[in-house]
Structures are given as structure tokens and as C-alpha cells.
Design a protein around this ligand. Structure first.
Ligand SMILES: Cc1cc2nc3c(=O)[nH]c(=O)nc-3n(C[C@H](O)[C@H](O)[C@H](O)COP(=O)(O)OP(=O)(O)OC[C@H]3O[C@@H](n4cnc5c(N)ncnc54)[C@H](O)[C@@H]3O)c2cc1C
Length: 488
């Protein structure tokens, strides 16, 4: 491994992954005063674009993918190497080798290669024409074309956020939709069974054929290899020409094999200062991580590494990484944002702060569950850990301060539109995998095809509690469980 060289000002910075985190990091590097050579390497052929509209405005036809390009916040004077993936990393020689053999040297490296949708297994029909994923603008273009063609029915596998957004758009387009969900409610692994129960009503009121407690055994096609039907775990058969697989995400870490970094399908482990960790938990001084791919210790959620597949986190973490890449360690900043995400589906806006999936209880604090406008607070052992607002985004700031202060649960609010008495309920999270709590991208929680085949190793017990307030020289990453919170 490279000897730490955290003090020398970098002359060459390379960013791998030219999307939200990569672009915002590049801009922040220039804001921080970096004047050296800046290179962005991305496997997609496009300039950085925004993904949230893909499952919303793009699918519904309001926006074309040509108009999803991310706004530029400043000139970054960078060399762009697009259309070719990074193939390997040598941290000793500080060299990235691209898949086409080109080599790029660096003084500081940022890893921002994000995640991808978990594919449907080919042996269960994943290669059939009509089976779609939704991660990239090419995916969105293909799916939009398939929806515009007017299929008789669309099957959505997984009722997480992406699945709900796709189902919602399909209904807006007048298409019949069946959604399968392994657990007992939509969004159950993200928001728990109580709020998921309310979400089930949104689906059904919109005319979605929602199959809960159900998985897809196989997708079947015709002689031309076109999707025709899905065989479900309860033995029923659903005829569908289009299927959208929204069943979790995998981190894009394959290119880091052999690099000595603590990287696997869950992401790349880093410390609170975004410095990549080696296999033995040592932070590297010259390799940083940001965005969907990063797993790091957060002081509000000790005992696990957090991965947040959320837009806000990608922006915030890229800025923290950029600062730390251009400053000596004593000026480093810890990355400790309050997790935040949003979704739009079935005519409503959902906004969430904190990590609901950690909660044991939930209580409605404003509005009512059977209304389409309410706020619910989540508690873990008497501490407020999260809040979700349905069509009430403006009330969230006050809750955010309470979560950061680790305020009491149930919260003391005296909201004028609150119930007379707060009545906490069991939050109803599926507890299928120890400590692998997830909003959406938890591969163990949702909607995957083979119940008997674990797709991830079970999370081992918590053995260490790294804190973002200290600067651990090592973090035993293999032994630290994950909290994965994503958009699928
Ligand atoms: C359909 C959809 C809807 C979403 N909606 C919301 C939402 O409503 N709210 C919200 O908070 N979040 C949402 N998200 C999540 C949000 O878009 C992500 O958190 C954000 O894109 C993360 O940015 P990133 O740069 O870390 O990763 P990415 O955007 O995934 O970018 C990583 C880039 O690296 C590239 N790459 C991968 N491997 C290599 C390699 N070896 N070499 C070079 N490049 C490589 C990838 O192709 C990609 O271009 C949504 C995501 C999707 C897919």
C-alpha cells in the first residue's frame, strides 16, 4: 500500500464515476482552490445527468432524457474520459487502468462509481425481451418506449420507491399494473409495516393489482424470446409483456478487485472523513469515496457502516470528500449529514429524514394515516430516529433538529393538527436479516426471486463501534454490519 502522503498538495486528482457525486466533487475541488490536473472517468457515454427524474417525469413523458443533464454549478476545467470504465486500481503506483488499457496516474483519487440495479437471473427469464431495469437514461428510454407501445399489463417486481414510482406512472398512462412484493406491505423495509399499510391503500386506490407476500418464481416467454407471463409464488400466473425489476441495488465495485480496498457488493468502506479503508481497516490518505458506493460510520448510528443511496447524500459527501482531498488531516471534516430522501408517487410527495429502518415504534404526529397528508415519527428505544412526511414537506425542519439532538420519542410537539394523544405502534419492519436494515436497497428485505438462496451473506454481529468523532486508525470492516438505504 502507498505510504500516507496526506500533507503534500495534490497536483493530479482523478474522479472515477462521472455522475452526481463525481461532478459535484469536481466542482467542489475547484471551489476548494485545487488548480491542478483534474480528470473525470465515466463508463457511460453521457455528460453527468440526474437519475430521480428517470422514474418520474421521463417515464411519464414530461421530460426527455436529453433534458436530464445535471446543471453545472461552475466551470471545472477537467479532462473527461467518458464511455470507458475503469478496470483496475493499483494504490501502490497510484494508477487507474481503464478497460481499454489506458493508464491514468493520480495524487488523490475519488471513487464515485455508484450502484446498479440488481438484475433478474437469466435462468428465471431475465434475458427475455420486455424485462427492464431502471438505473440509467438508456434504461429509461427503453422502458418509456415499451410503455408507450401500450402493453396489456406491466409487472413491477418490488414495491420499494422505484417500484412504486414506476407503478404510479403506469397508472397515470392508463396501463394495467401488477406489483409483487415479498413482504406484507409496499415500502415495508424502508418505512415499516404501518406506513406501508397506508401505502398499500394508495396502490389499490390507484387501481394497481398489488400482490403482497408474493414473489415471482419465473418470468416466461414465447418462442421469440418475448416476455409473456410471470409465475408467482402462490401458483398464480400473471400475463404481462413488460416487467420492471426493482429489486435492490449492487455496488459497482468489481473494478476494485485486487486493489486491497475493503470493497464488496455492499460498497466501499471508508472512514468518517471519506478516506477509503483497506481490507484490514486502515484508511488511505490518498483514496476517497463518495456517493451511493460509500459505506461509512455515522455518529448518529453507531455500530454499523451506513450506505445511503440518496441524492442529497451524494452531493453532501462529495463536497466533504473534496474538502478533505485538498486539506491536511487536521483540517478534515467528518461526513455526518442527517439522511434525507424524497419520492413522488400516486400524486403524493414523500419526504423522509433520518433512518426509519432502525425504529421499533412509529407514531402519527400530524394528520392521519387514512388521509393522504400526514407526518409520522419513528423511535428506537425512546429516541427519535426518523420522520416521514406525506404531502407535508415543509414541516420537516423542526423534526430534523430533534433527530440530530437525539430527542425523546414520542416527540413533544403540540402540533395543532396532531392527534389528542400520541399512540405509538410497533413500526412493523420485516426482521428477516439481522442488522441489515434497509430503506430500499437492502437485498435481503424485498422482492427477490429465490427465497432459499441468500443473495448476500448474513450480517455478522456488531463487534466494533467506530465513531465519526474520533479518527480511527483502523476499522474492522468485515465485522461491521451495514445499514443500506437506497432508492429501490
Ligand atoms: C430511477 C432512480 C430514481 C431515483 N430517485 C431518487 C429520489 O427520488 N430521491 C433520492 O434521494 N434519490 C433518488 N435516486 C438515487 C440518486 O439518483 C442517487 O443517490 C445518485 O444518483 C447517486 O449518485 P452517485 O454519483 O453516487 O452514483 P451514480 O449516479 O450511480 O453514478 C455512478 C456513475 O459511475 C459509473 N461507473 C460505474 N462503474 C464504473 C467504472 N468502473 N468506471 C467508470 N465509471 C463507472 C456509473 O455508470 C455511473 O455513471 C434515484 C435513483 C434512480 C436510479
Amino acid at each position: 500500500m502507498t505510504a500516507p502522503d496526506a500533507v503534500t498538495a495534490p497536483e493530479r486528482i482523478v474522479v472515477i464515476g462521472a455522475s452526481l457525486a463525481g461532478l459535484r466533487a469536481a466542482e467542489a475541488l475547484r471551489d476548494e482552490g485545487f488548480t491542478g490536473e483534474l480528470t473525470l472517468i465515466g463508463d457511460e457515454p453521457y455528460a453527468p445527468y440526474d437519475r430521480p427524474p428517470l422514474s418520474k417525469a421521463v417515464l411519464s413523458g414530461w421530460l426527455s432524457t436529453d433534458h436530464t443533464e445535471l446543471p453545472r454549478l461552475r466551470d471545472i476545467d477537467a479532462r473527461w474520459l467518458l464511455g470507458t470504465p475503469a478496470g483496475s486500481l493499483d494504490t501502490d503506483t497510484r494508477t487507474v487502468t481503464l478497460a481499454d488499457g489506458r493508464q491514468v496516474g493520480y495524487d488523490r483519487l475519488l471513487i464515485a462509481t455508484g450502484t446498479r440495479s440488481r438484475p433478474w437471473p437469466a435462468e428465471r427469464g431475465g434475458a427475455l425481451h420486455g424485462v427492464h431495469l431502471l438505473r440509467s437514461r438508456d434504461d429509461a428510454d427503453r422502458l418509456r418506449t415499451a410503455l408507450v407501445a401500450g402493453p396489456e399489463r406491466v409487472l413491477v417486481i418490488g414495491a420499494g420507491f422505484t417500484g412504486g414510482e414506476v407503478a404510479s406512472v403506469c397508472r397515470d398512462l392508463g396501463l394495467e399494473v401488477t406489483v409483487t412484493q415479498r413482504s406484507g406491505a409496499p415500502l415495508a423495509s424502508a418505512l415499516g409495516g404501518v406506513i406501508g399499510g397506508a401505502a398499500a391503500r394508495w396502490y389499490r386506490d390507484a387501481g394497481v393489482d398489488l400482490r403482497l407476500g408474493t414473489t415471482v418464481h419465473a418470468l416466461e416467454g414465447d418462442a421469440d424470446g418475448r416476455l409473456r407471463r410471470a409465475v408467482l409464488s402462490d401458483g398464480t400466473v400473471v400475463a404481462a409483456e413488460v416487467a420492471v425489476v426493482a429489486a435492490g441495488a449492487l455496488a459497482n465495485t468489481e473494478w476494485l478487485a485486487g486493489s486491497g480496498l475493503a470493497a464488496d457488493a455492499r460498497g466501499v468502506a471508508c472512514d468518517a472523513y471519506c478516506r477509503a479503508l483497506t481490507d484490514d481497516g486502515t484508511p488511505l490518505a490518498d483514496v476517497f469515496v463518495a456517493g451511493d458506493i460509500a459505506r461509512w460510520p455515522h455518529p448518529l448510528y453507531p455500530g454499523q457502516l451506513l450506505r445511503l443511496d440518496h441524492w442529497d447524500n451524494a452531493v453532501a459527501q462529495s463536497r466533504t470528500a473534496a474538502h478533505n482531498m485538498t486539506h491536511p488531516p487536521h483540517e478534515h471534516r467528518g461526513h455526518r449529514p442527517l439522511p434525507a430522501f424524497w419520492s413522488n408517487q400516486f400524486g403524493m410527495n414523500l419526504k423522509c429524514l433520518g433512518l426509519p429502518a432502525l425504529a421499533d415504534q412509529v407514531v402519527v404526529t400530524q394528520g392521519a394515516l387514512d388521509q393522504r397528508q400526514f407526518v409520522a415519527a419513528y423511535g428506537q428505544r425512546g429516541r427519535l430516529v426518523a420522520v416521514v412526511a406525506v404531502d407535508a414537506p415543509r414541516v420537516l425542519d423542526g423534526y430534523g433538529a430533534l433527530i440530530e439532538a437525539q430527542g425523546p420519542f414520542p416527540p413533544v410537539l403540540n402540533a395543532t393538527d396532531g392527534p389528542d394523544r400520541l399512540e405509538p405502534l410497533d413500526a412493523g419492519f420485516p426482521r428477516t436479516a439481522p442488522a441489515a436494515v434497509s430503506r430500499i436497497a437492502d437485498p435481503s428485505a424485498g422482492h427477490l426471486p429465490a427465497p432459499s438462496t441468500p443473495l448476500d451473506p448474513p450480517a455478522p454481529p456488531i463487534q466494533s463501534t467506530p465513531s465519526a468523532e474520533s479518527t480511527p486508525s483502523t476499522v474492522s470492516t468485515p465485522s461491521v454490519p451495514s445499514v443500506l438505504a437506497g432508492h429501490e
